[in-house]
Design a protein around this ligand. Structure first.
Ligand SMILES: [Zn+2]
Ligand SMILES: [Zn+2]
Length: 347
């Protein structure tokens, strides 16, 4: 039996001890703006000293694309487990999934057939990753309509420039941050930036700004626009049997490039007066960029401008070609400066 010294310090259990022995995981990670759920899960695993592939077991899931599947559907029991272990509220977790406000028909697929021009499930902007204090992947990088970064204007990538592998952080068995390629360890923040024409960047921004799920669902021409966006590989002369969501970022950028640039061989022989008149007519027909419904109709018609093809509506915009529409959009809503983008890509 031990005797207690009369002057021994008294140890009492205070409230904070309860926190230290709670069921929560030791480190919590704050979701970043527009972060994809899988990206947050990978950061959470890394911060708590668990490699992403092993973290699937912690959540009671099978390996494979476990985190990418949670982006598409977060079961209630997993949401509750994450809430109990991290304190992240269910509505905050739901906001990181893809079920909130992105058109599901335009999402990149989770399957991959290994072809060079096939879609990968996720894209990234190396500039964004390089500037992030803790690099993370954005929700909108899952959309097939996106080929450029909203913030930097530079082209996105969907493959590691070193080994050409897709993003596969869910398969990572090492304890390394998610911006390192799982297959070869390349630091994706160092990836060179591919060239993208200003017209293609404008098309990308235009689609991004007017095509929220809410706007597409409300606009009468919404379903036609979604079909025409999916049909861009055929309209752009790439491949008539493939849809946009089946192609790699490079192939989709090529399609957008073909559609958005004026034809090099088309010479406009109109006089200056005729050109002024055409410009004034164009200005009369173009609504403000805040009128999403009208822009959805204009874009659907411009993407469908082919002989014998029905128009989205019988409005009065007959004759507005996609390059002219994009020129008007660029004047009304200038994006990241061309000089800045060229500085980034080093041309
Ligand atoms: Zn960026
Ligand atoms: Zn690699």
């Amino acid at each position: 039996m031990t005797t207690v010294h009369a002057h021994a310090p008294v140890i009492s259990i205070r409230e904070r001890y309860r926190d230290a022995v709670s069921d929560r995981w030791p480190v919590t990670v704050m979701p970043q703006p527009e972060e994809l759920l899988s990206s947050w899960l990978h950061r959470l695993a890394y911060a708590n000293g668990v490699a992403p592939k092993a973290f699937a077991r912690v959540l009671g899931l099978s390996p494979g694309m476990w985190s990418a599947a949670l982006d598409q559907r977060l079961p209630a029991d997993i949401a509750y487990l994450l809430y109990a272990k991290t304190g992240a509220a269910p509505d905050r977790l739901a906001a990181m999934t893809l079920s909130q406000d992105l058109p599901t028909q335009l999402l990149l697929p989770l399957r991959y057939n290994g072809r060079r021009d096939s879609a990968a499930w996720l894209q990234f902007c190396c500039r964004c990753l390089a500037e992030d204090p803790q690099p993370y992947f954005r929700r909108r990088w899952r959309l097939a309509t996106r080929v450029s970064c909203t913030q930097h204007g530079c082209r996105l990538r969907d493959r590691c420039p070193s080994c050409h592998g897709c993003i596969a952080v869910f398969d990572q068995t090492e304890l390394v941050p998610q911006h390192y390629c799982v297959a070869c360890g390349y630091d994706l923040r160092r990836a060179p930036i591919p060239y993208l024409s200003p017209e293609t960047r404008t098309l990308d921004r235009c689609i991004e700004n007017i095509c929220s799920l809410e706007a597409i669902a409300r606009a009468p021409s919404g379903p036609v626009l979604v079909r025409r966006l999916l049909g861009m590989p055929g309209a752009g002369g790439y491949c008539s049997t493939m849809i946009l969501t089946s192609l790699s970022t490079a192939a989709r950028a090529y399609c957008a490039e073909r559609l958005s640039r004026p034809r090099e061989w088309s010479v406009d022989y109109a006089t200056d007066d005729e050109k002024d008149c055409k410009e004034r007519r164009l200005q009369r027909l173009i609504p403000p960029t805040s009128d999403h419904s009208a822009w959805i109709e204009l874009l659907a018609n411009a993407l469908g401008r082919r002989k014998g093809r029905p128009r989205a509506t019988e409005g009065n915009d007959r004759g507005i070609k996609l390059p002219n529409l994009l020129g008007a959009y660029a004047r009304m809503s200038p994006g990241p400066g061309r000089r800045e983008v060229q500085k980034l890509i080093g041309t």
